[in-house]
Design a protein around this ligand. Structure first.
Ligand SMILES: Cc1cc2nc3c(=O)[nH]c(=O)nc-3n(C[C@H](O)[C@H](O)[C@H](O)COP(=O)(O)O)c2cc1C
Length: 190
C-alpha cells in the first residue's frame, strides 16, 4: 500500500536542460502525499516496465501527467508509455479493464507559445483545451475524471528572439501555484 495519494508522472527527455519542468517538479517534490516518478529515467532506452508502471497507477487515486508540449502533444516516450501501459484489459474497455476507473487525471503542461497564441485566430489557432482533447478522451475511456489542466506558457529555449519569454520570477510563482494546487487536491482526498 502506497503512502502517497498522488502519482506525478514526469515526462521530460532531458531534465538537466529543462527550465520549466525542473522548476515545477522541484516546487512539488517533497510535498506530503506526492510520489514523483520520472518516466524517462525509469525507462532508459525506451524499456518501459509495464507491470511496475501499472502497479504505480493502481496504488494512487490521482495521477498527474507533467510534460512539455511537443508538437501539440507530449514527448515521444509519453505516447509509447500510453500505448503500452494503458493496455486492453487493464485500462479499457469499460466493464472489463477497469483498474483506473474513478481515478483523477491532471495534465500539467509547459509550452513555448504564449497564452494568447493558443486561441482561434492566434499563432496556434486552437485553445489548449481543444489541443488536449486526445488526453481528455483517453482519461474518459479509462473511466478517469479529467481535472482542469495546469498550463505554464511562454517558456522558450535560449536563442529564440522576438517572443516574450517567461521571467524566472513568474516561473517560480507558477511553481508555487502548482504546489498549492496539488496540496489542495491532496487535502480533498486526492
Ligand atoms: C520537439 C519540440 C517540440 C515542441 N513543440 C511545441 C509546440 O507544439 N507548441 C509549443 O508551444 N511549444 C513547443 N515546443 C517548446 C516546448 O514546449 C518548451 O520548450 C518547453 O515546454 C519548455 O519546458 P522545459 O524548459 O521544461 O524544457 C517544442 C519544443 C521541442 C523541443
Amino acid at each position: 500500500m502506497s503512502q502517497s495519494s498522488l502519482l506525478l508522472l514526469l515526462f521530460h527527455p532531458d531534465l538537466s536542460r529543462s527550465r520549466a519542468n525542473r522548476v515545477l517538479v522541484e516546487a512539488v517534490r517533497g510535498l506530503p502525499g506526492v510520489k514523483v516518478h520520472d518516466v524517462y529515467t525509469a525507462s532508459s532506452g525506451n524499456r518501459i516496465n509495464v507491470a511496475e508502471e501499472q502497479a504505480l497507477l493502481v496504488a494512487h487515486p490521482l495521477i498527474v501527467f507533467q510534460h512539455p508540449f511537443y508538437w501539440y502533444s507530449g514527448p515521444a516516450l509519453m505516447k509509447e508509455w500510453m500505448d503500452r501501459v494503458l493496455e486492453q484489459g487493464f485500462a479499457f474497455p469499460p466493464g472489463v479493464g477497469d483498474r483506473l476507473r474513478g481515478k483523477r487525471w491532471l495534465s500539467v503542461v509547459t509550452t513555448g507559445g504564449a497564452e494568447d497564441a493558443y486561441r482561434s485566430g492566434g499563432f496556434n489557432n486552437y485553445t489548449m483545451s481543444e489541443l488536449l482533447r486526445p488526453f481528455q478522451q483517453t482519461a474518459n475511456l479509462c473511466g478517469m475524471s479529467w481535472l482542469p489542466p495546469f498550463v505554464v506558457h511562454g517558456v522558450l529555449p535560449p536563442g529564440i528572439e522576438g517572443f516574450r519569454n517567461i521571467s524566472d520570477e513568474e516561473l517560480h510563482r507558477r511553481g508555487e501555484a502548482y504546489r498549492q494546487l496539488l496540496a489542495g487536491l491532496i487535502a480533498e482526498g486526492a
